[in-house]
Design a protein around this ligand. Sequence first.
Ligand SMILES: Cc1cc2nc3c(=O)[nH]c(=O)nc-3n(C[C@H](O)[C@H](O)[C@H](O)COP(=O)(O)O)c2cc1C
Length: 153
Amino acid sequence: MGKSIVVYFSISGITKKIAEDAARIAGCPVCEIKTAVPYPADYDAVVAEARKEVATNARPKLKEPLPDISDVERIILGFPNWCSTCPMPVLTFLESADLSGKTVLPFITHGGGGRGHVDVELKKACKGADLRECADGNPFNSDIAKLEEWLKS
Ligand SMILES: Cc1cc2nc3c(=O)[nH]c(=O)nc-3n(C[C@H](O)[C@H](O)[C@H](O)COP(=O)(O)O)c2cc1C
C-alpha cells in the first residue's frame, strides 16, 4: 500500500476527531486546512460568511504551510457539510494541489443534510485524481468500527 495522508477542515471539532481517528487507524499523518483569516467564533456569523462564500464561489486564502501531499498516493479528505456542499477552503486546497494520479477518499459530516451536492463540486476540483464517492462521516463519529471498515474498503 502506498503512502496516505488525512487532510481535514473542521470548525467545531467533529470532523477533526474523525480525521484523527482515521490517521491512527491508517497509520499516517493528519493535517488541517486552515484559512489565513479564521472564521468567526459565533455560529450565525460563520453561517452568514459561508453563505456569502458559496454565493460568490469564493476561494478563501489558506494559512501556510499547506498540507504537503507531494509524495502521497491516497488523500483521506474530511470536512463538514456547509450550505449543502463542502466549505470553500476545501476547494481552495484541492485546486491548489497537483492531484494527478492520486486517490481522493472524501468523507463529510453534517447536521442531517448528508452529502448535499458535494460530489459534483469535488469532481470539478479534483482534476486528474481518482475521486471516490463521498462517504457519510456521521456514523464514523460514534462507531469507530464503521470508520475502520470504510478505510479498509
Ligand atoms: C457554516 C455552516 C453551514 C452548515 N450547513 C449545513 C448544511 O447545509 N447541511 C447540514 O446538514 N449541516 C450543515 N452544517 C452543520 C455541520 O455540517 C455539522 O455540524 C458538522 O458536523 C460540523 O463539523 P465540524 O465540527 O468538523 O466543524 C453547517 C455548519 C456550519 C458551521
